[in-house]
Design a protein around this ligand. Structure first.
Ligand code: DQA
Length: 146
């Protein structure tokens, strides 16, 4: 492990299918493509990223705790649909001191009503949404400067 500040990039359900999943909404980049873009940007910014994905809510909770115990500088969190449902993830965000930045490829506020509520957003320091894969790099730029 390097001594560069560590930034976790956590991705929730169905984001493993990016590239083929509803490309009209989420674009054609895969999660590996996005991870590559983040690693390139992280190098320029002098930080390290740890990019993960899980379809399981509890993994996201465990990884938020782990980000704290490993002394991460920030977490970028795209919790997918758990954004709109998960009190457990909100509680995990509130349980740690590490700033969490909520990230979305799409802009949930321009979509169905059930996407307008964000439990993640209630605990997050900030939200970046609607820029496609660039949402992640914009969030990383900001996180590196915190
Ligand atoms: C998403 C938006 C969510 O509403 C949706 O459930 C996702 C992806 C986004 O990145 O735009 O899975 O988080």
């Amino acid at each position: 492990m390097s001594d560069r500040p560590l930034i976790y990039v956590l991705n929730g359900p169905n984001l493993n299918l990016l590239g083929t999943r509803e490309p009209d909404i989420y674009g054609h980049d895969t999660l590996d493509d996005i991870a590559g873009q983040l690693e390139d940007r992280a190098r320029d910014l002098g930080v390290e990223v740890d990019v993960r994905q899980s379809n399981h809510e509890g993994h996201l909770v465990d990884w938020l705790h782990e980000a704290s115990s490993r002394g991460a500088k920030a977490v970028l969190l795209n919790a997918g649909a758990y954004t709109h449902t998960s009190i457990a993830i909100l509680d995990a965000i509130k349980s740690i001191k590490v700033p969490v930045i909520e990230v979305h490829l799409s802009n949930p506020h321009t979509r169905e009503g059930f996407r307008h509520k964000s439990y993640v957003g209630m605990g997050a320091k900030a939200t970046v949404a609607g820029f496609g894969p660039m949402s992640y790099t914009v969030a990383l730029d900001a996180a590196a400067k915190l």
